[in-house]
Design a binder for this molecule. Structure first.
Ligand code: GLY
Length: 415
């Protein structure tokens, strides 16, 4: 197969890396891509806009197109590509509303009896501010629209809650979702589905705040650990029956075309699992830890999803664990500098892979070109060993001023 991957981040680098190792795949093309993907992958500069990607697909004639980010899914890229006869990994625009509108997702959960936090929605800032004056703290304030993982504020005082509302409505028209704060352990469960059958991926923990100890502003994700060892079999079974299956049944009964990966953000509370959010694509940096754990052909797997053949697919995972530490530009997620020279030694040790996100190659030099720059990923027999390997590799990379958390993997679940 010739596979076209749409996107330019660490997630897409991990997908391209996995596809390049697949016996079923003869060529991988990524657009817009980034410098670190070459030369293993052909990078075609471009945009994420639907007409541009349609034109590219027309030129390249891929056997399979894998859509990485959420914005083109919400804009209907999967619908348009399928309408033009292409095989696509990614849900249609109606299904992508599960991520594109937090209000829609909450209504879906209530309609289908899926456990989640109590909520209110507001389309006028005054009404939201007035409600928040007497809301119990902490309280969660979310931008209903896409916000690149940064639209959620956990407000510990009324001042923070007010500031979050003002920020969301600064790009009017907007909508805000206010939710009860949930206590517990946070976990991501990604589920591949072709609309009929499904397969769960190993659970992942994402470290979303900028600084150690889960302090500081939200980011797209500063690191992840993934392993079946994160959850015992009974907790996973409960999650599947109380969340995964009702969600997939709801998607079917609402008539959505979901051929892709559903990313379920969860809080494991003392009253059982509750859904924090749905995403309709692979996570970033969840994917950087998951793809190296896959013990089968990624190309065949994604094609089986796209062609509704997942039921017959024999999905296998390595028994070990995987960790990813994100090295970000100084200042991220606020204003950050670019153009910082980066040196990555050729040999960082066994089972270590550096996935590139915001990098560029200028005159043969590798330079930082974004907020999240590298995802340094390692596998080992258990989570602690994978984390040690990843940090050992981070220490060998020259990236002056790089910002990274030093506690990825330090918040492990209790079985
Ligand atoms: N790491 C969180 C996300 O991909 O949304």
């Amino acid at each position: 197969m010739k596979v076209l991957v749409i996107g330019s981040g660490g997630r897409e680098h991990a997908l391209a890396w996995g596809l390049n190792r697949s016996g079923s795949v003869s060529e991988v093309v990524v657009s817009p891509g980034n410098a670190g993907m070459e030369p293993a992958t052909r990078v075609v500069p471009g945009s994420l806009l639907v007409p541009d990607v349609l034109r590219l697909a027309g030129d390249e004639r891929p056997d399979l197109t894998v859509i990485g980010p959420e914005a083109p899914l919400v804009a209907g890229l999967a619908d348009e590509l399928r309408g033009n006869g292409f095989a696509v990994f990614g849900p249609n625009a109606a299904a992508a509303q599960l991520e594109g509108s937090k209000r829609y997702a909450k209504q879906f959960m209530v309609r289908h009896g899926i456990p989640t936090a109590a909520y209110q929605t507001f389309s006028e800032p005054e009404a939201a501010l007035s409600y928040l004056e007497s809301a119990a703290l902490p309280v969660v304030v979310k931008d209903s629209a896409l916000a690149a993982g940064k639209g959620v504020t956990i407000a510990h005082n009324h001042e923070q809650a007010r500031a979050a509302v003002v920020e969301i409505f600064s790009s009017a028209p907007a909508e805000v979702v206010v939710e009860t704060f949930l206590e517990g352990q946070e976990l991501s469960l990604l589920v591949l589905t072709d609309g009929s059958d499904y397969r769960t991926l190993p659970p992942v923990q994402d470290y979303k705040q900028a600084f150690d100890g889960d302090r500081g502003p939200m980011t797209g994700g500063m690191g992840t650990v993934a392993s079946a060892q994160l959850l015992d079999a009974e907790v996973l079974r409960n999650l599947v029956t109380s969340v995964v299956e009702p969600t997939l049944a709801g998607i079917r009964s609402d008539g959505m075309d979901f051929r892709g990966v559903l990313f379920i953000g969860l809080m494991l509370t003392s009253q059982g699992p509750k859904v924090l959010e749905y995403n309709v694509r692979f996570g970033d940096p969840e994917t950087q830890t998951l793809i190296p754990l896959l013990d089968c052909d990624l190309g065949s797997l994604l094609a089986a999803v796209a062609q509704r053949r997942l039921g017959g697919f024999d999905l296998a995972w390595e028994v070990g664990a995987s960790a990813c530490v994100v090295m970000a530009a100084p200042g991220y997620p606020g204003r950050y500098s670019t153009g910082i020279p980066i040196d990555i030694p050729g040999d960082l040790g066994p089972e270590v892979t550096v996935f590139h996100a915001g990098t560029a190659s200028v005159g043969g030099r590798l330079l930082s070109a974004g907020g999240r720059v590298l995802g340094v990923t390692a596998q080992a027999s258990d989570i602690d060993a994978a984390v040690v390997r990843a940090y050992r590799a981070v220490a060998q990379i020259s990236f002056p001023g790089a910002h990274y958390r030093t506690d990825i993997g330090g918040r492990l679940l209790q079985g």
